[in-house]
Structure formats: structure tokens, C-alpha cells
Design a protein. Structure first.
Length: 257
């Protein structure tokens, strides 16, 4: 933006990504990456033969059923195994191979260009999006096109010359991916002008909700307990990704105070 360019970000959503990992495909990925045979055998034993059931509110459980796919969620190995599984997708990207972000099952690709080169950039993003959709279909993952979004980051000066309606459509398998004004990116709300106003307002709203509950129960809790609860429940909200607060507009900085 400081160089007068625009940045297009696409955020892809995979439905139940950890639950749909094929064990056979995962073992092949590990072979391709030259894992030791003993390591592959250990992980095969770790994943194979699992069963799962649903715990009901009355304490009873449903019938146990075999789990033929997926990696255990909440485990330390789950995210690592998923990254091994999806590694070949990242290598298949033609245009965004060096401009993607991946955290667990959250995949994003981004490109930047001069305003006049935006149609060509959209074409390249559509090609990479088609690659992602094709890879997901071939590897048993479900790309949720309804939750896949895109945002175009521009400065207020650039917005004088064009708007989102002037941007060629982003398309995945005949479905148009909407350009939105803001997206929630791993807990951080990013608006298309990168003002951070939406993020600050959302964070302040959550913090005020917690403080209101503490104030409402002030008579039941000692000052020490209220202080500990505030530090535990409120400060993490403000500390999370706090680097975005470094160059806030004055009125947003005042809201935080």
C-alpha cells in the first residue's frame, strides 16, 4: 500500500479438515518425504483401528463406530500430520508458492500488484484457487466455498479511483467468491483499509462484557479475586496480536485506554 499497490487475500475454509485425512494418503506422503519405515509403521499403528462414540447429556454413549479417516484433534501430532498431508498442495501452487500462509487447517494465499495489473492478478489467483479445489477433491478434503472469502487491501486514496465492483470476479468451480469489507484472520479482524477499527471495537466489546460481569458480581468476590479474573480474562484479549496497535489512530488508542 505504501508503494501504491493493492493486495488481494483469499482465505480458504476446509470442512472438518482434520476428520477427513486419509490414512493411506498420509502414509504415502510420509514415504515421499523419506520418513524412516519404523516411523511410518508407528504412525500407522497410532491412527489405524480407532473408534469413536458420542457422549450424550445424560451420561450415556452412542454405539462405538470405527474411524477410518482423520487425525486426533487436540493432540500434539494432529497439526503436524495435517501439514505433512497438505504439503503437496503448497508445492502445486503455480503463482502463490511463495506468498501463502498456513496455520493448521487455515490456508491463505495473497498477491500484490499495481492497480492497473489487477485483472491479471485475479486470473492468477483463480488458477491457484482451481488448483486448491482440484487437489482437495483428489485427496478427500472438502473445500467449503460458502465460507471461502477474499478481501482487497487498498488505501483510501486508491479507493477514489475504483471500488470492489470494478474487480474481476474470483471464481472457484463456477462459484463466485465474494469480496468482503473485513475478515477474521486467526482471531484478528482485518478490514480492507487496514485501519484496525473493527478489530479494536470487537476486542473492546468482549473486554467490556467480561468487566460488566465482574462488576455485577462485585459483592460476591474479593478485590483480589476480581483482579486475578480481570488479568486472566481481559489482558489476554488486549495482548493477542498487540503489534497491530502500534500505529492506531488517536480515537482507537483512546478506546483501548
Amino acid at each position: 500500500m505504501e508503494r501504491g499497490e493493492v493486495t488481494l487475500l483469499m482465505l480458504f475454509d476446509f470442512s472438518k479438515a482434520f476428520d477427513t485425512v486419509s490414512h493411506a494418503v498420509l502414509m504415502r506422503r510420509m514415504c515421499d518425504l523419506r520418513f524412516q519405515p519404523s516411523t511410518i509403521e508407528w504412525f500407522h499403528s497410532y491412527l489405524a483401528g480407532r473408534r469413536q462414540a458420542v457422549l450424550c447429556t445424560d451420561g450415556s454413549t452412542s454405539r462405538w463406530e470405527p474411524s477410518a479417516t482423520g487425525v486426533p484433534q487436540g493432540s500434539s501430532t494432529g497439526p503436524i500430520l495435517f501439514l505433512i498431508y497438505i504439503n503437496s498442495l503448497l508445492q502445486a501452487l503455480s503463482h502463490s508458492r511463495n506468498s501463502y500462509m498456513m496455520y493448521a487447517d487455515d490456508l491463505q494465499i495473497y498477491r500484490h500488484c499495481a492497480r492497473g495489473d489487477l485483472p491479471a492478478l485475479v486470473r492468477s489467483m483463480n488458477e491457484d484457487a482451481a488448483t486448491i479445489k482440484d487437489w482437495a477433491d483428489r485427496n478427500g478434503l472438502m473445500l467449503n466455498k460458502a465460507k471461502t472469502k477474499a478481501v482487497l487491501f487498498t488505501s483510501s486514496q486508491q479507493r477514489r479511483f475504483f471500488n470492489d465492483a470494478d474487480v474481476p470476479p474470483l471464481i472457484i468451480n463456477n462459484t463466485i467468491i465474494p469480496l468482503v469489507d473485513k475478515v477474521c484472520n486467526l482471531g484478528v479482524t482485518m478490514s480492507k483499509d487496514l485501519s484496525w477499527a473493527s478489530h479494536v471495537r470487537g476486542m473492546c466489546s468482549r473486554a467490556h462484557g467480561v468487566l460488566h460481569c465482574l462488576r455485577y458480581r462485585a459483592g460476591m468476590l474479593s478485590c483480589h479475586v476480581r483482579r486475578e479474573l480481570a488479568m486472566t480474562l481481559v489482558l489476554p484479549l488486549m495482548d493477542y496480536c498487540c503489534l497491530v496497535y502500534l500505529e492506531l489512530l488517536e480515537y482507537l488508542a483512546t478506546m483501548l485506554q
